[in-house]
Design a protein around this ligand. Sequence first.
Ligand SMILES: Cc1cc2nc3c(=O)[nH]c(=O)nc-3n(C[C@H](O)[C@H](O)[C@H](O)COP(=O)(O)OP(=O)(O)OC[C@H]3O[C@@H](n4cnc5c(N)ncnc54)[C@H](O)[C@@H]3O)c2cc1C
Ligand code: SF4
Length: 339
Amino acid sequence: MRRFIYQRAREPAEAVQMAAAAGAVDSGNRRTEFLAGGTTLLDLMKLDVAQPASVIDINPLAGAGYGRIELSQHGLRLGALVRMGDAADHPGVKANYPVVAQALAQAASQQLRNMASLGGNVLQRTRCTYFRDVSYRECNKRDPGSGCAALSGFNRMHAVLGGSDHCIATYPGDFAQALIALEAAVEIAGRSANRTIPFASLHRKPGDTPDKETNLRSGEMIASFLIPAAPWTRRSLYLKVRDRQSYEFALASAAVALDQHDGIVRTARIALGGVATVPWRAVEAEAFLRGKPVNQDNAAAAASAAFATAQGYGHNDFKIELGKRTLARALQQTAALQI
Ligand SMILES: Cc1cc2nc3c(=O)[nH]c(=O)nc-3n(C[C@H](O)[C@H](O)[C@H](O)COP(=O)(O)OP(=O)(O)OC[C@H]3O[C@@H](n4cnc5c(N)ncnc54)[C@H](O)[C@@H]3O)c2cc1C
Ligand code: SF4
């Protein structure tokens, strides 16, 4: 066990102040971490993958609005410390933003969802075995410049979209697909200023710096997620395909939201999970469907457009066909919903 400093913040300003002070002496893997549910951070610390010198417990901020779910005519605001289970079970979220509730309900287990926060969920690290097992020397994400064991190793769970010569690790979460499809924004608290960015700008593709996973600045903390009300949020769903039907990460998933009139798509919002290095918005599929009905042929053609640039690495080649079929099925199910 490595020694670290534990602090508990009572309010947001104190948390970012502590993070800024601690972050100033961060180096390499020993970077400051916020503690929310701890369901993934503590695992990674025990595995020695995460080696924070400083851990800032932000759970008391739940009372300062970070634990609140707010629904209005303008949209949905979810505090970063809302527990996954509470958002998944919220009647207003289920009725008006089903893709959000379903993505959360199909993630992890009920016990984990009771503990885990929304902020921690979007920032969870990849489940790549080579990343999580420090006995493997090659992992550019864990140890920049060391290589990537997955490229020539066992890569069945790895990404077919958004990879690079340096990393092909899959982004593992489910909730993020709903957020990116619904064009959510993220409210971020920092020491000198707060800011709001599109959720689509939060995560970074690996490129040649896979260790840099987000565009959060040192010491910044996620405060909340804002999902705008739109004509497509109610006709939405999340379809997740996995090796077993519960308590498992996605092999392929699709978050779909449609605005359709007389069976013709006015607007489609589509995101893919389990197949990409970051939460993946399928803009080509969205553009293809505009002005068309979602029949079997159009759903298949949209899915092909979504995977046009996909690249397999051997064991994960099957994900290209699986991803297409998952999206085509999700599109048809969404179009057929009785709203
Ligand atoms: C066995 C298992 C199965 C799982 N299956 C799934 C699954 O199918 N789908 C899925 O989506 N997830 C799955 N998960 C992941 C789980 O959902 C995450 O562990 C959980 O959501 C993380 O939330 P947390 O609050 O516990 O985060 P923590 O562990 O507390 O923190 C995680 C990271 O987020 C950072 N952080 C937390 N809150 C903030 C904030 N407000 N601002 C800035 N940084 C912050 C921390 O510094 C840390 O780096 C699984 C986990 C396990 C252990
Ligand atoms: S895919 Fe990424 S996380 Fe996995 S071994 Fe390669 S560099 Fe590391």
